[in-house]
Design a protein around this ligand. Structure first.
Ligand code: G3P
Ligand code: CA
Length: 290
């Protein structure tokens, strides 16, 4: 067996014996090439953050999808990227007097009336904004894995605890999910730290590019450092990999949002562990090419 594969198998085995973060991601050298994560589902091909986008990623053969979680006025967790409903729904037509149409100002029942597909294509007319519960169930049904982003947590006090409660209620905090199917990430270091403190068994990621001098501090609560490709260098990836994370394994790197073949090959050459893409099929083809 290839030495990297032996190391990976050993790490996965050990990982299964301890409180184990996502083994597939954290296994040292456990994959010959980066994992590919469908960004907001498969955002180039279906309306972002919808169940249709989960389905599209699955149909294309991808196991990992990324989403964005926020909170409606009545407390329901919903899957939306922007803090406003304007860009990805017809909220201005349905609720013309409710500017600036912030997610936090609408109940889940109101949001469920919106069309979240027509802006993308008439073929998706009538597509709805999913609740996180609906989204988790569809991801499970499709045998997919989830990179869940806590989006704009400063707007939603306590949202980390609420997300973890829902994940637990939906069976996403059992051993099977914790070892191989779930990563929680945020641009907010405070939010990532909170998730880690509330449930240290969850694999966590910080979105951004901390200074190398700060990596050890981030490694206290984040298993991955996920920078934009625009900020990445091979040296930085190596520096991240040199730091042990909160579960004793090297920090990993997923970069975003990489949608073209040359860039995918470039960041793969940097040694990243994951590539988050609106066009995961393009990334896959580029990495498959000789
Ligand atoms: O997962 C990385 C990426 O989603 C972060 O940026 O703005 O698309 O949520 P954004
Ligand atoms: Ca996101």
């Amino acid at each position: 067996m290839h030495a990297r594969a032996v190391a990976a198998a050993t790490t996965v085995l050990l990982g299964a014996m301890v409180s184990s973060p996502t083994a597939e991601v954290l296994a040292a050298g456990g994959h010959e090439r980066p994992l590919i994560v469908g960004h907001r589902g498969a955002a180039a091909y279906a309306p972002e953050n919808t169940l249709a986008s989960v389905d599209k990623a699955a149909a294309l053969g991808f196991r990992w999808v990324e989403n964005d979680v926020q909170r409606a006025r009545d407390g329901e967790l919903v899957v939306l990227h922007d803090d406003s409903l304007r860009r990805t729904t017809n909220v201005e037509q349905v609720f013309p007097g409710r500017a600036p149409w912030k997610v936090k100002d609408f109940t889940a029942a109101e949001i469920s009336r919106l069309d979240a597909g027509s802006w993308f294509s008439p073929a998706y007319a009538g597509t709805r904004v999913p609740t996180l519960k609906q989204y988790l169930r569809r991801v499970e049904q499709r045998h997919e894995k989830l990179l869940l982003e806590v989006k704009n947590p400063e707007l939603y006090p306590g949202v980390e605890r609420q997300i973890l409660k829902l994940l637990g209620n939906e069976g996403w905090l059992d051993r099977r999910h914790l070892t191989d199917r779930l990563i929680v990430q945020s641009f907010s270091a405070d939010s990532v730290r909170t998730v880690h403190q509330l449930d240290p068994a969850v694999t966590t990621a910080f979105l951004g590019r901390p200074a190398t001098a700060d990596l050890r501090r981030f490694a206290g609560f984040a298993d991955l450092i996920n920078p934009s490709w625009t900020t990445l260098t091979p040296e930085y990836v190596s520096r991240v990999h040199a730091v042990p994370g909160p579960h004793g394994r090297p920090l990993r790197v997923f970069t975003w949002t990489v949608d073209d073949a040359p860039r995918a090959r470039t960041v793969s050459g940097y040694g990243v562990d994951g590539i988050i893409s609106d066009k995961p099929d393009v990334v896959r083809a580029s990495l498959d090419a000789p």
